[in-house]
Design a protein around this ligand. Sequence first.
Ligand code: CTP
Length: 398
Amino acid sequence: MLKGKHIILGISGGIAAYKSASLLRLFIKAGAEVQVVMTPSGKEFITPVTLSALSGKPVVSEFFTANTGEWHSHVDLGLWADAMVIAPATASTIAKMANGVADNMLITTYLSAKAPVFVAPAMDLDMFAHPTTTRNLNLLRSYGNTIIEPASGELASHLVGKGRMEEPENIFKVLDDFFSRRDELKGKNLLVTAGPTYEKIDPVRFIGNYSTGKMGYAIADEAASRGAEVVIVSGPVDIAPSHPSVKVVKVESAREMLAACEEEFPSVDCAVMCAAVADYAPAECAESKIKREDSEPPVIHLVKNPDIAKALGQKKRDGQKLIGFALETDHEFDNAMKKLRSKNLDMIVLNSLRDKGAGFGTDTNKITIFTADGKETAFALKSKREVAADIIDSIINL
Ligand code: CTP
């Protein structure tokens, strides 16, 4: 998939820079054109001669060629690229990218690049674990950049931990997958519900649950990265999509979520119901704060909330796909199949709370997918982004 693609390979000053030569070779062997851009300290770790010989192009590192005064246009480079990969990305380069500190050619090129950006951090474990690195990586994610997580293992310091740049073969695979998948859902519209719902008791209290929205947002990002137009109807959460084209409609209660979904559903090809919708809501929301009194505690009468998935299942037209989730603690299979049928779903994603690492608040999930035609596929424990990719693959198979 990389044949003919224009790739900028940014190399900053870390020990892992020696691996960049292997990465470059993989890109060249796959038929890509690669322009290497190095930071000044990158050149201390690997010579430009090696990289220009492998890429067949002079390495760019300075704003000007000193003896001729020729200007190296980071703007042109940024427009030329189909993708930019920064590997290794040191803590300092990540900080400069996150904050626009444009004091070298790699950062000016990054700021000018219109193409997707992939960042492969490499640093010592304590530097990687430092809150400033976490914050800067989150900033890069919020700009839509893809972070290729470092691996755990022995580091240059001989300490063992997370911070070792991902192997060139795996970085190559991320890029190859990106180009082979990015148009898979082009022209398709997706609705994803995510997060909890809050059902008001009074102006300061609500009934809610522990859902963080991570799974739904990961599904939305994955679908958008494959070319879909995505809207998330989201309950109250602290996260944002990392893909810039994902639209978010914020709601609070189940009723508001239903209204937003009913508005979006007619124009989508597929809806993925990932929200943890509260099953019940207080029959009435007190107008003022309920006061603690010495008398008996108040009794809150609950009424049933609408079943959003079921409501959409009843309106589903030919060709539209409806995907549900089931979070179960026991009788998992029977409960999941019952939900699939009663809500008129085409596919249901089961997570069992008996599996360690599955469910609310974790960064991982372990799922089994059942389709309406009786197929069952169990997956291993994976990151929520990888789980999202499996779910999107299964939807495409539908
Ligand atoms: N769902 C929904 N609206 C609701 C309740 C659930 O859209 N009011 C959706 C969820 O987003 C999920 C699926 O239905 O995709 C199953 O949700 P779950 O809470 O597991 O099922 P319930 O039908 O609420 O059944 P129970 O809580 O009794 O297990």
